[in-house]
Design a binder for this molecule. Sequence first.
Ligand SMILES: *Cc1c(COP(=O)(O)O)cnc(C)c1O
Length: 368
Amino acid sequence: MRVHYNYLPQEFRDIDPIIIDWRELAASSEFTLGRYVEAFEEKFAKAVGAKHCIAVNNGTDALILSLKAADIGVGDEVITVTNTFYATVGAIVAVGATPILIDCDSRYQIDPSRIEDAITPKTKAVIPVHWGGASPEMDKITAICQSHNLIVIEDACMGIGASINGKSPGTFGLVNAYSMHPLKSLNAMGDGGVVATNNDELAIWMRKYRNHGMVDRNHIEFWGVNLRMQPLQCIVLSHGLDRLQSTIEQRNRNALILDAGLSQINGVTVPERLNGYTETFALYMVLCERRDQLISYLHNNEIEAKIHYPLALHQQEAAKSGCKFDPNALPVATYQADHLITLPVHQFLDETHMNYMVEKIKAFYEHS
Ligand SMILES: *Cc1c(COP(=O)(O)O)cnc(C)c1O
């Protein structure tokens, strides 16, 4: 049995409904902004429970736009976690601010108890990341930020379809970013991103900034850029939103089977699942002894396991300049980088695949 990591061929097996809408789009020639973009923005806003959603090119642009809207730039420090995707930190650097990297907890999420130590007079914001599609403890983080007058900008790129006591990632911070990259829980046929906010003024500013600072064809109010999402992708994503709920449900069913099976195995550590938190399982991750040997063994058994990532950001060449951290204060993320594996749990797999993976991992620890 082969357990594939990539589910995109199946996700986009039947694109007839998309093509019907694309034909309509072609006839309308509304190729920049317009009704297809607005329809997706409204549908997405409703799905996550945000007042305003602004569709942009990708998740990285969504982070950059969020930081810009929060007026973060040169001279400002932004606290985030060292085990995230490159773009969280790249976006902070792109607006001229300094990322401050702190450690994560045993659930691979930013550790709220590390935030206060990292605050300086220059600190302006914290970016909690919904890493892997699980969520950090947002109640603790927002309380700390409130008491220190810091802005919260969520990196909810992997969190579409997750919830914390009924509330979606990307609805806790001032301005928040999502990604619709093909390997997130809601997939474009290419790139896509969204910024969400409940702040009317920031929403108006971001809509203008996304479109050159234009108020109308002949007038600009300030210097902006072009971050517009393609209407073609808005159509793909509007259809994708209809499947989101069932996608998340199937991934959770799969993850539950793995959690139960893997937690019985000596050598594997399954993270705690918090009550009231629903995860997207963009990444299903566990910690494993003899990780690199295990990965080869799984690959030999046609299980497409991955590592996200073998290096935390503070271990990257890029981290030698432009960001700040105390290398001795990041033991958890450093340990996890050496022990994490990511197993496929996507919506086109079922209990047969899950049981097969549990059996193989059990065999690895029992016989080798
Ligand atoms: C994917 C991702 C991004 C970047 O999104 P893109 O759409 O690929 O630009 C940023 N942060 C996190 C945590 C991500 O998973």
